[in-house]
Every structure is written in C-alpha cells, then in structure tokens.
Design a protein around this ligand. Structure first.
Ligand code: BGC
Length: 746
C-alpha cells in the first residue's frame, strides 16, 4: 500500500515534471501536455482550475459573503486564478503558495488594466476619439509592458461593448457607438496587449468583454436587462467581439445582463452556438464578477448549484467570485447532473493558456521586480500618454478662431472646479493613482504661457457645484484677464461601472458658473472633462470655443495645454453622438429612415420628430474641428458597377486649405437605399487619418468589396443585395462633402 502510494506519487511527480517542462515556444506540444496533466487531475483539482478569487485588499465588485481559507485552498490546488493581486513581490509570494500544491499548476493573475497600468492614458472612450489605431495599440502595449512586469498575466480589457446611451456610465470604457470603428479599435487593443504572440513576458492576455450586448442596458441603468433583435445583435453588438477574436483575443468575459430573457452567463446561444461554435473560439470564457451567482436573483437559477450547472452547460469556463463552481461542480458531476466532459473542456482551455504563457516553464517569469521598476518609470511611456491624450481631445466648437490661445497674452484666468484637479484627470478605472505626479491644468497653462503671462486661478465651486458662493471670486479673477479658460465636467467617480446618471448635464450649477462669466463680459473658452457625452446646451450655444478633453490620464493637464496653445492641432472626432437633450437617448448616427421623415424641423405634424426640439444631435458622430481647414474634391470611382467578387476603388483629393499643418480623419459612409430589410441612413465603412502641411494636397482612396456592401438579412445570412448604393465621404457623419453611387450587379 505504502509502496503503491510512493510509486503513484513518483509517477505523478514525473508527469507533473513533463507537463511543467513544456516550453512556451513549443506550441505543437501543448495539447499533449495539457492531456497528460488532465489525466493526473482529480475532479476537485479540475474544478479548482475554474475557480477565480479576488485579493482581499483591492476588490472590484461586491464582496462575497463567504470568506475562504485562501492559503490552504491555494496549497490544495483549489484555485486556478486570482484577480486584483498586483506587483512583482505580491504575485511572486502568492504564486509560491500555489506552487506547493500537488501538481504545481501555476496561478493566472488577472487585473483590470483598462487605460494604463501606472502610466495612465485617456479613458478608452477618449482614446477612441483619436481614431488613431497606432496610438491605441501603443497605449495597450505600454500598459502590457508595465503590468506584465509586475506579475500580471491577463487584463480584463478591451471592453468592446457598443454604447449608444450616455446615461450608462460604462460608455467610458468602450469605443463608442459604432461597430466598424469599435471593431478596428478592438483589434488594435488586442494586438497591443498581446503583442505578436502570447508567451513573451511583456505581453498579457486580452479579454474581449462583456459578451454580449451589455452596452444596450435598458434605460442606461447598469446591469439592466437587454432586449434586442438578433439582427441588431449580429450587425452592431457582436462585430467588435468577432474582430477581437480574429485579432487573437485569448479570453472572453461574459456579462451581467440578460439578453432576451436569458442571462448572458447562462446563454448557450451566445457562448456555445456563436462564440465556441460558429466562431471557433479556442480560448476560455471567464464569468463576470459573481455573474454566475447572480443568475439566482435574476430568477433564472433556483440556487447557486443550479446556477453552476447552467453556467458550465452554457459555456462559462471560469467562475469569477461566485464560488458556484468551487461549491457545487464536483457534486453536480458526481450526481450525474453535469457531464465531466464539460468540466474537462473548460479546464483544457484554461491550462492551454497557462502553457502558452510559459508559466509551466517558470511560474514567476512575469513577476520581475527589476523590470517592473524600469517599466513603470519609463519616461517614454509618459510622453506617449501625453501625445495620445492630445490626440483624443475633440474641438467641438471654435468660432472666430478663439483657439488657439496666442502666446504672449498678458493674462489668463483659469476658472472652474476641474482647473486644479489632478486625480480626476486620471480617470475612472485605474489600479493605482499617482495624482501627485499629475500636472493640473492651471500649472500646465502656467508652464506653457511663459513668464510674461500672468495666470490666475479661481475654482468658482467644487465639482458638485451645489452653490454659487464662489462665483463672485471667479468673476473677479476673470474680470481683467485677456483670456478666460473654464474647466468644468465630471469627477473621475461619475463615470464607469455602476455610475449611470439619469441627468447627464454638467453637475450642479457648473452651467451657471459659465453664465456668470458670460454675464460679466468674460465669455470663457470651455474645457469639458468627462467620461461620457454630456448635455450642456447653454455652453454649446454661447461659448466660442469648446474642447472636450474626456478624462485624459496622467499627462492630461499638459496635453490640454498643448492643444489650447496650438502646440498640437486637434484632430479627434467624436466616437459617440452628443445629444441636445437626454430625451433624445438612445441616439446614434445610424438612424433608420421612417415612412414619415422630418424634412423641415419647423414642420413635424404627423412626422417622426419632436414638437419641442430637432431630431438632430448637438454634435454628431464623427464631428471634430481643428485649427486648419480641409477641402475635399474630385471624387472618382474606378468603375461604377461591381460584381459580387469584384472591387471598387474610390478616390478623392484632400487639401489643407488653412495656414497650419493639420490632421484630418476622413470618413466613408454607405447607404443601401432599397433592401430586403430597411437599412440605416448611413453606416461607417472606412476612415483614414491624413496629415497635411498647409497648402498641400493628397489623393486619398478607399477600396470596397462585397463585404463592404453586405449585411445580416432576416435569416441572419451575410448578404449583399444587387442594386444601387450611395457612398458619402466627409469630415463627419453630418458633414458629407462628396457623394457618388455605385451598383452591385449580381
Ligand atoms: C466588471 C468587469 C471587471 C470585473 C473584475 C466586474 O464588476 O463588470 O468589467 O473586469 O468586475 O474587476
């Protein structure tokens, strides 16, 4: 008996050694090594691989009632992954405990590295406004470099949910409202996080989240139910996920919402039919925080055990913080209620990633204190954060060339509750604040204005702006200034998860602070900081210049000053429509034509309009100005008819007609005017960033093929229907400069 035990443990150790010896580079051998390891695992150890727990210090969801014996569970191989453990030292220490387990299977450390690790980039929606895929990829690369050195293997990003309701606080984390732009950004972020291939120590696994349709939460209320047609799901909400998958996303996270009555976490339609079936996804799906457990309050599972059975059956591989799998999966298998093959499949997927990351070679290879120190302090990272932030800021309005501020003005008054903010500039979802390193806007303006300019500051009120007690001092500070800059908007805590707002106006009386300055004859240049589109009609109507700076990150103050003084010519374009009023929500440029369209906003009788305001937004998708002007001319198409297997190239001339160098984001839209289902009035099909010196021009071209014209029909087939298509090229969805038609012939 004893001899048997010794022999068995020797064999186990040998197999563990073989398994652990797999090289990250030796991709071909991974499946065999996974199988060898799987054969050695008890059912409890398998379930352990599917169990993910958060560190206790730093939690990102409601704390689970059941506190556990973490250390002994780690030692017993009952935990496969942890989130929120960070830093080379801590990850190393926790990994060392897991390495005392029988099979020495390394832990995966996951973390929400959303818009930077220690060097903070603009919130993702802001970064999306740059439409700059290289800058976005680079931001993710830098975040990966910093996070991976501090022991992180896996980021819960990118969030690729489409957002069309700015009341939903999580629009801050996404790339806006459009499937095409969102897909390109999803790819860039996945490439950035993962690098060329998993296994390098400066790459982290990406997570495409939240699968799926979470962005359509009813009434913009977080975690709320979603009801939508399959066509809208396929056409708008799924493409960024598919793009992330095609770019190699190693993992997916499911979502809190129900979709047409079924919690996404328990949806076999989403996770098995689409993701692992039709799309052939080979990575693993992690649940969202307690989303398996939440199927009970949803009314979809009777208890935690029922929830576990439903989730594993539906294809959720790893349980984040529900304790549902750890508590019930083994019994469910024992009782014949869950087929062990489902568990094996999930474990196989998780182990495969651990092998690909090289963790069986060296479980500590990511936790490198020296590399961590270098990476998080690399000045090149801060330079990139500054450049990206400046590229993300949208110049919404600039009448009479109010911006840029001329250097050498005698005095500038910087007013507003966000003028001296530091922490707020860093934005909503960061793992470590370094507010002390952030240069606030007043100081950044002071630094760039030069010694001849007097810069004064008065907040006027705090962000909540409940009273006007500080307005008089603000007006006094502004009174004799040549230029007044007003910085208003949201705090970092007003957008993000569980930060839905029913009223998305400027908080409190901030709008009145603007009015007070205007009444004193000191109409300010307005800088708005926020994690979502806000409604600010009085400012939009009366300000001469408005710069929408989002929550711009560690270097945000400097980057705003770069744009205000013209060191950077703004080029960003809105990735999300800005409504005039929250009554217009949900709002998108992808409107459908009705049978009773409004042609004249003054005449809405029996028309599809509002009697109290236009249908049009305040600022349209794709809108954004700069300090120069561009002319679009001479559009040509290579031919005006196309066969199903053909291509058409459309080209035109773009000229910088202003006095300074600038970057234009040219946009290509399409309309299919008659189809077997009604198509949107416009769909983005391409964009390019073109840099031009003043007086220079360039030929710009786009190539279209059948896929550019296709859509999901009622049977969810990807079809391109013969007929005429309208092509529109312009500077924004509502600023179309050139149009033409093409025809698909068969
Ligand atoms: C969020 C996810 C996040 C997870 C882990 C959840 O509450 O919805 O986006 O990745 O927590 O922090």
């Amino acid at each position: 008996m004893t001899r048997n035990l010794i022999a068995r443990s020797a064999a186990t150790a040998l197999l563990a050694l073989i398994a652990n010896g797999a090289s990250a580079a030796d991709g071909a051998a991974i499946p065999q090594r996974v199988e060898a390891l799987l054969r050695q695992m008890t059912l409890e150890e398998k379930v352990g691989q599917l169990h993910q727990l958060s560190d206790k210090e730093f939690i990102t969801g409601p704390e689970s009632a059941e506190r556990r014996n973490l250390e002994s569970d780690l030692r017993a191989g009952k935990v496969g992954s942890m989130l929120n453990v960070k830093g080379a030292a801590d990850t190393r220490a926790v990994q060392a405990i897991a390495m005392q387990s029988r099979l020495k299977i390394p832990l995966l450390f996951g973390l929400d590295v959303i818009h930077g690790y220690e060097t903070i980039f603009p919130v993702p929606l802001g970064e999306a406004a740059s439409w700059d895929l290289e800058a976005i990829e680079q931001a993710a690369r830098i975040a990966a470099r910093e996070a991976s050195a501090s022991g992180i293997h896996w980021t819960f990003a990118p969030m690729v949910d489409i957002g069309r309701d700015p009341r939903w606080g999580r629009v801050m984390e996404g790339a806006g409202e459009d499937a095409f732009l969102g897909s390109r950004i999803a790819e860039a972020r996945v490439r950035g996080f993962q690098g060329a291939k998993l296994g390098g120590t400066s790459s982290v696994m990406a997570t495409a989240k939240h699968f799926a349709a979470y962005g359509a939460a009813t009434a913009g209320r977080d975690y709320n139910a979603v009801d939508m047609s399959d066509q809208l799901l396929y056409e708008t909400y799924l493409p960024p996920f598919k793009a992330a998958l095609d770019a190699g996303a190693a993992t997916f996270m499911n979502s809190f919402n129900t979709l047409n009555g079924v919690p996404a976490t328990g949806s076999a339609f989403l996770q098995r039919d689409i993701l692992k079936g039709a799309w052939g996804f080979k990575g693993f799906v992690v649940s969202d925080w307690n989303s398996i457990g939440e199927m009970v309050p949803h009314g979809y599972a009777a208890d935690l055990s029922d929830a576990a059975a439903k989730a594993i059956t539906a294809g959720s591989d790893m349980d984040m913080e529900s304790n549902a799998y750890a508590g019930s999966l083994a019994q469910l298998v024992g009782a014949g209620k869950v087929d062990v093959k489902l568990v094996d499949d999930a474990v196989r997927r998780v182990l495969t990633k651990k092998f690909e990351l090289g963790l069986f070679d060296d479980p500590y290879r990511f936790s490198d204190a020296q590399r961590e120190k270098q990476a998080v302090n690399d000045p090149a990272h801060r330079a990139a954060a500054r450049a990206t932030a400046a590229k993300s800021m949208v110049l919404l309005k600039n009448d009479d060339g109010a911006l840029p501020i001329k250097r050498g003005v005698k005095s500038i008054a910087v007013i507003g509750p966000l003028a001296d903010a530091r922490r707020d500039l860093e934005g909503g979802w960061i793992v470590k604040s370094h507010a002390e390193r952030v240069v606030n806007l007043v100081d950044a303006i002071r630094a760039q204005a030069g010694s001849g300019t007097r810069v004064s500051f008065a907040a006027g009120c705090d962000i909540a702006c409940a009273g006007d007690g500080g307005f008089a001092a603000a007006v006094a500070a502004a009174r004799d200034a040549d230029v007044v800059v007003l910085a208003v908007g949201e705090s970092w805590e007003m957008s993000g998860e569980a930060k839905s707002r029913a009223d998305i106006g400027l908080p409190g009386r901030q709008g009145q602070l603007f009015e007070a300055l205007k009444a004193a004859g000191r109409t300010p240049v307005v800088v708005i900081l926020a994690g979502r589109p806000l409604v600010f009609e009085n400012v939009a109507e009366q300000a001469k210049a408005i710069l929408y700076a989002w929550l711009p990150g560690s270097e945000g103050g400097n980057a705003i000053a770069d744009v205000l003084f013209g060191a950077v010519n703004p080029s960003a374009k809105l990735p999300m429509t800005f409504p005039r009023h929250q009554g217009q929500i949900p709002i998108t440029y992808q409107q459908y034509q009705t049978g009773r369209p409004v042609t004249d906003p003054r005449d809405v009788l029996y028309k599809s309009g509002y009697i109290d305001m236009p249908n049009t937004p305040r600022y349209a998708f794709g809108h954004g100005l700069g300090y120069t002007t561009f002319a679009y001319r001479d559009m040509k198409v290579s031919q005006d008819t196309m066969k199903a297997d053909g291509k058409i190239t459309l080209s035109f001339t773009l000229a910088n007609t202003g006095a300074v160098a600038g970057t234009e984001i040219v946009q290509l839209y399409l309309r299919d005017p008659v189809a077997s289902t009604v198509r949107p009035l416009q769909e983005l099909k391409g964009f390019q960033k073109v840099v031009l010196a003043p007086g220079k021009q360039q030929q710009v071209s786009f190539t279209l093929n059948r896929d550019s014209l296709a859509y999901f029909n009622r049977k969810l087939q990807w079809v391109a229907e013969p007929g005429r298509f309208e092509l529109m090229v312009g500077a924004a969805s509502n600023d179309i400069r050139l149009r033409t038609n093409i025809e698909l012939t068969d």
